[in-house]
Design a protein around this ligand. Structure first.
Ligand code: ADP
Length: 625
């Protein structure tokens, strides 16, 4: 229930609309009641033999004690007096016509208010869900990298699509109904009591019997719908993984395996869905059947009141029955509202789980701006391990980079190089030790100012599904065309861009033009050049590129490094030669550090081995070409 109240809170900013909805709902319920109540004079007019009014008729019945306060009785009397005077006077034919006109009017107003109420409520619900979705999305950006490593992408996407969908559809059904149905019930209850409180009391003594069964169904639904949502997320996850890893699946001939995996998920989803359907579908017929049983008891008891007690007239009894039966759909609706609230709550729990995840990496309370980078970046006894992992990935790393230097990291894969450079923009924080910029711990700077000083080019260049221009100028709001072109030229990208059908306006990415690995890298470099960061972080990967591309990318990289402090995970010898300092990392530790010439002269050490290995590869490649 708490979760549901939390959903409702998103509607509070739209309280004006809710208020209007409420007013419309009141009129809707009154008109609904009126339209049913009108059946009594209608029946009287049709079946009474004389030309007398219902008032006279009711005087012939035994007087009933009133259950309402005096003012209610007075108002009732006033209304019925006016009704009698204006509508029920005259010839039967005229009265019939007048009653028909009033009925049409009542139905027209009822539907008009129903329509207004529906629209207003929909506005509130969709607006509230938009806010929730936006808030969750914004929060997603605050979460650390570790969160995204832990959560499957499909699972997260499913929360934004399926789960919000469930909340939305159930809210649209419940929120308005939660006001509308009880009000409708109240109005009909009022009518029923005015006709005969004994009969109403009798009805309400036997009604709870059906309520217990309805509540039990709701309880069943609650337990299963939360399972359903997480199963749905599992399917999305498998699908998402297959789509992004389609190449690997094909290359390894794993289609059958993946098919089986997927079918296992869909099968258990199917089983669960069927279970839920069985319960949900049982809900309506059961409730209806119970209502009929209850109804029959009432008809029997009420019939006796008419035939033997003579406390109510036949037309009033029919009016009473209409009122009671009009109460059934809202009661039924209310019972399904409970199910829907449970479904929505289960879905909302999964959204709120995102919102409730506190970002572990955020600005400290007294964070300051990193205005200028003047002197050095230093790692001081840094040790690091990933959350949920026992192994230390980095162990006691210490080194200092002066402004303007190129620091290259080399070493066997899995040694911890990528992890190390991820600590500089605070994608992760060290567990022990610290990283200092100009002597100040980077945790004391605001994340925004820290990251604004850095540019990052990684192996997997990510491009957004938009124009080349926007991809290059990513994050820069007003950037002149000349600057974009200049960056593209420096990155050796301009020539291939202008050959594309729409030049800088060509849409790239999933639904646009496909680019080669080298072209993508050059765009990423242009993007970094345009941002013009003082500190550049590079996961230099040219191994996947063809020769020509590689030369073009290499040139671009060298231009990008100029006049900056660069950290580079080096795969290429040329970068290593240019580096001010080479740091050799193996199993999370610095095993060697120095200039190329120094390191190469250290016999039997890792660097020389790596160097020789690469050199051999290059010669082999060269010979082979
Ligand atoms: P390198 O860049 O030198 O190849 P990495 O920094 O990528 O090395 O990886 C170092 C080690 O950390 C590897 O053993 C890898 O399995 C592990 N690792 C990398 N990312 C994560 C992660 N998100 N969670 C747990 N372990 C990780």
């Amino acid at each position: 229930m708490n979760t549901y109240l939390r959903i409702i809170r998103y509607a509070i900013p739209y309280w004006k609309y809710i208020l209007l909805t409420f007013i419309c709902t009141i009129f809707y319920a009154i008109m609904n009641g009126t339209s049913v109540y009108l059946t009594i004079p209608l029946l009287d007019t049709l079946f009474q033999e004389t030309n007398k009014t219902t008032k006279v008729e009711s005087q012939e019945l035994k007087t009933k004690p009133s259950v309402f306060p005096e003012w209610v009785e007075k108002t009732k009397e006033n209304i019925s007096k006016n009704f009698n005077d204006y509508i029920l006077q005259g010839q039967k034919k005229d009265v019939l016509l007048k009653i028909c006109i009033v009925i049409v009017l009542a139905f027209f107003l009822k539907n008009l208010f129903g329509y207004l109420q529906g629209n207003l409520m929909a506005y509130v619900e969709f607006a509230a869900m938009k806010d929730l979705r936006d808030q969750a999305y914004m929060h997603l950006h605050k979460l650390p990298m570790s969160y995204f490593k832990k959560e499957r992408v499909g699972n997260l996407i499913s929360r934004f699509t399926n789960d919000i969908g469930v909340i939305q559809s159930s809210i649209s059904a419940t929120f308005s109904n939660l006001i509308k149905e009880p009000l409708t019930i109240l109005v009909f209850l009022f009518i029923a009591i005015s006709i005969s409180w004994q009969l109403t009391l009798f009805a309400f003594i036997i009604l709870p019997f059906s309520m217990v069964i309805i509540a039990w169904i709701g309880f069943k639904m609650r337990r299963q719908s939360s399972k359903l949502q997480s199963k749905q997320a599992d399917i999305t996850s498998v699908l998402q993984e297959t789509i992004s890893g389609v190449k690997i699946v094909k290359a390894f001939g794993m289609e059958d395996y993946e098919n089986k995996k997927f079918m296992k998920e869909t099968k258990s989803f199917f089983k669960l869905v069927i279970k839920i359907v069985l319960v949900r579908n049982a809900s309506s017929p059961l409730t209806e059947f119970l209502s009929v049983i209850v109804g029959s008891f009432i008809i029997y008891y009420g019939g006796l009141l008419v035939l033997e007690d003579n406390t109510i007239s036949a037309s009033q009894f029919l009016g009473f029955l209409f009122a009671i039966f009009q109460m059934m759909p809202p009661i039924k609706e209310l019972s399904s509202i409970n199910n829907r609230i449970q479904e929505a709550s289960a879905a909302a729990d999964r959204i709120f789980e995102i919102l409730d995840t506190q970002p572990s990496i955020k600005d400290s309370t007294n964070a300051i701006e990193l205005k200028n980078f003047n002197d050095s970046i230093e790692f001081k006894n840094v040790s690091f391990k990933y959350e949920d992992s026992e192994d230390w990935i980095l162990k006691d790393i210490s080194f200092k980079a002066q402004k303007g230097e190129i620091i290259a990291f080399v070493g066997p894969s899995g040694g911890g190089k990528s992890t190390l450079v991820d600590l500089i923009p605070r994608f992760y924080d060290p567990n022990i030790g610290s990283i200092l910029i100009d002597g100040e711990d980077i945790r004391n700077f605001t994340l925004k100012s820290l990251r604004s000083k850095m540019g990052i080019v990684t192996q997997e260049t990510f491009l957004f599904n938009t124009t080349i221009r926007e991809n290059i100028a990513y994050g820069l709001t007003d950037c002149s065309e000349e600057k974009i072109i200049e960056a593209a030229k420096t990155a050796n990208a301009h020539n291939f861009i202008i050959e594309l059908p729409l030049g800088y306006d060509t849409i790239i990415g999933e639904r646009g033009v496909k680019l080669s690995g080298g072209q993508r890298q050059r765009l990423a470099i242009a993007r970094a050049l345009l941002k013009n960061p003082e500190i550049m972080i590079f996961d230099e990967a040219t191994s996947a590129l063809d020769n020509e591309s590689e030369i073009l990318v290499q040139e671009a990289i060298e231009r990008l490094m100029k006049n900056r402090t660069t950290f580079v995970i080096a795969h290429r010898l040329s970068t290593i030669r240019n580096a001010t300092k080479i740091i050799v990392i193996d199993k999370g530790q610095i095993v060697q550090a120095g200039k190329h010439e120094e390191l190469i002269s250290q016999e039997g050490k890792l660097y020389k081995k790596l160097y020789e290995m690469q050199f051999r590869d290059i010669n082999e490649n060269f010979d082979g070409k």
